[in-house]
Design a protein. Structure first.
Length: 197
């Protein structure tokens, strides 16, 4: 992916995709709609266009309306922090995984993050982000687990991170799921990028 996007300052994995690498959720890339044409989205969408970026809470808005006017958009789930300022992850799970999220803070800045370790179940990530000093007002989860990726290329700062595993706990039993190719650094079918103007 890095070779295909040589100018990208940030590359992270995006929303969910199927076994053939096709989007499982609606997306729009440079104005072109992709993914399922009908989709019952109740979580959130990240949208961006000329001079704006936002996270839309799809609790009371359909994704088609959220996509209107955006050149790039991506439905994902779950919505970690909704427009009401509350966490929106109700399922209690002990599925620990690397997580990638996009958030919007009180000053209107977009914050993109990827956890370094497979530490968080989704509900705990939502609570952590809400209480963190990042001042996030909305946050949306992207696909996670072994496919969580982050590449930052800025003057004076470089970061390359590829997740390798996730774990699911049932009582006292823990199942470790590893990425099948430990040295894999190949492209992702769905990514979010930031590129210079």
């Amino acid at each position: 992916m890095e070779r295909v996007l040589p100018e990208a300052l940030l590359i992270v994995n995006g929303s969910y995709y199927d076994l053939k690498g096709m989007p499982d959720t609606p997306i729009k890339s440079n104005g072109i709609a992709m993914g399922p044409a009908t989709y019952d989205a109740k979580a959130g969408a990240f949208i961006a266009g000329d001079g704006f970026a936002d996270i839309r809470d799809l609790t009371h808005q359909d994704w088609q309306g959220a996509f209107a006017g955006a050149a790039n958009a991506m439905v994902s789930y779950p919505l970690l922090i909704g427009s009401d300022g509350q966490t929106h992850v109700n399922a209690k799970s002990r599925w620990l995984a690397n997580r990638t999220f996009v958030g919007k803070d009180g000053a209107g800045r977009i914050i993109v993050g990827t956890t370094k370790e497979a530490f968080f179940p989704l509900a705990a990530l939502a609570v952590f982000l809400k209480s963190s000093p990042l001042d996030l007002k909305k946050a949306l989860n992207f696909d996670g687990g072994p496919i969580a990726r982050q590449r930052v290329r800025l003057p004076g700062f470089q970061r390359k991170f590829y997740a390798r595993w996730e774990a699911q706990a049932h009582g006292n039993d823990v199942q470790l799921l590893r990425w099948p190719i430990s040295s894999a650094a190949w492209s992702m079918p769905m990514v979010l990028t930031v590129e210079p103007k």
